[in-house]
Design a protein around this ligand. Structure first.
Ligand code: 2PG
Ligand code: MG
Length: 412
């Protein structure tokens, strides 16, 4: 049995140069688990609090005051560690300790346990005997909350190799499309600076339609047929556009507004025209009925909840009852602790909801989410394509490929 011997934290920076917390958990004084928490820019209303009032420094202070409470716990006892965090916090949304602290402590403890057991983290999190790689889904073009003025209102245009049979080829395809798109953007606009958004997708001065057309062209130029070897996806992040007063989606940059019905048509046109395999947060986070309409209409597309379901088991149940989505994003820090996120994953699995484990726009260079994606049987791993903090996750998949423990790619 491996027991936690120390827990320590420190303040570091994430990829957006915002302060965050990193936690070290040691088991038996020698097995280190180290995790640095990410954070989002388009944050769902019902996500747990990332940090308490007082920010990361306050989370760190609380950790210092309470670290002795973790010493002696079994490092693989995810539920026990989760319960201890909840006793310290005493709220239902981690507003006292911060979800980032719950994220870092629970994943670091599990990583420490996996080191002690001499098994990869994904095996520590799942009792299954066979595993598949989730298909990396990467951001090729950024807008909305992830990029500056002039870029599209929609937040992310994504690409996913849906045909290749091994992880090396999938990553290579996604990368080649990202590169091809740069060449296309340079031809479209000689003044294009090669600027990129928060997640490494290009950030050109384009409207939504043109951005989608050029993304499709990047795939076709390389000889791919959309919907066959590769597919495009979109994170509409539609809560960003939703104006509660006007009851309309306001597309500030392009200069138009959509009623709820028009938004459904807008999304449906894009899914059809660009043969999207993936459509995330197509409507705002409370519009369970409108999401259900799109889910019913596009059974072959992963109509995915992110801000809609916020890695909350209870909210996912509501979405399942309303048939609002056929896929859901899993972001551990939306839930706070890894224990809660794994409960969410179980609920999804038993209701035929496809999981997509995801990064945040403000990331660390850690790679544990690659393991969490494998352990939860995620169909896709949304982690970006370029930028050190994105490539770190892809490189971890490549390392794991060398171990031979994972057979093949998930089918989407
Ligand atoms: C999203 C994410 C990640 P953020 O909306 O899906 O792509 O962005 O971390 O800003 O919420
Ligand atoms: Mg999203």
């Amino acid at each position: 049995m491996t027991r936690i011997s120390s827990v320590e934290g420190r303040i570091l920076y994430n990829s957006r140069a915002s302060k965050t917390i990193e936690v070290d958990v040691y088991s038996d004084n020698k097995f280190l688990g180290r995790v640095c928490a990410p954070s989002g820019a388009s944050v769902g209303r019902h996500e747990v609090a990332g940090f308490p009032d007082g920010g990361p420094t306050q989370s760190l202070r609380i950790l210092k005051e309470n670290s002795a409470k973790f010493v002696g716990l079994e490092s693989s006892d995810l539920e026990g560690i989760h319960d201890t965090l909840n006793e310290i916090d005493g709220t239902d949304n981690y507003s006292v300790i911060g979800g980032a602290l719950a994220f870092a402590v629970t994943i670091a403890a599990t990583e420490s346990a996996s080191r002690a057991a001499g098994v990869p983290l994904f095996k520590m999190l799942s009792s299954k005997s066979s595993f598949r790689f989730p298909r990396p889904l990467g951001n090729i073009l950024g807008g909305g909350a992830h990029a500056g003025p002039g870029t599209p209102d929609i937040q992310e245009i994504l690409v996913c190799d849906i045909g290749s049979k091994n992880i090396e080829d999938v990553i290579d395809t996604n990368l080649s499309i990202h590169k091809e798109l740069r060449d296309i953007l340079e031809k479209e606009d000689p003044d294009f600076t090669n600027g990129r958004g928060d997640e490494g997708g290009w950030a050109p001065r384009l409207d939504n339609q043109r951005a989608l057309e050029l993304s499709a062209k990047a795939c076709e130029n390389l000889g791919f047929t959309l919907g066959e070897e590769v597919s495009l996806g979109v994170d509409f992040a539609a809560s960003t556009q939703w104006d509660e007063q006007k009851k309309k989606y306001v597309y500030d940059r392009e200069g138009f507004e959509n009623s709820s019905g028009e938004q459904i048509d807008f999304v449906a046109d894009i899914i059809e025209k660009f043969k999207l395999i993936y459509a995330e947060d197509t409507v705002h986070e409370e519009a369970f009925g409108d999401m259900a309409e799109l889910t019913a209409r596009f059974p072959k597309t992963l109509v995915t909840g992110d801000d809609l379901t916020v890695t909350s088991r209870n909210i996912l149940r509501k979405a399942i009852d309303a048939k609002s989505c056929n896929a859901a994003i899993l972001k551990v820090n939306q839930a706070g602790s890894l224990f809660d996120a794994m409960e969410f994953a179980k609920e999804a699995a038993s209701n035929n909801i496809k999981l997509v484990t995801s990064h945040r726009s403000g990331e660390s260079t850690d790679s544990q989410i690659a393991h969490i994606g494998i352990a939860t049987d995620s169909k896709m791993l949304k982690v970006g394509i370029v930028g050190g903090e994105r490539v770190a996750k892809l490189n971890e998949l490549l390392r794991l490929s060398g171990h031979g423990l994972i057979c093949g790619m998930a089918e989407v």
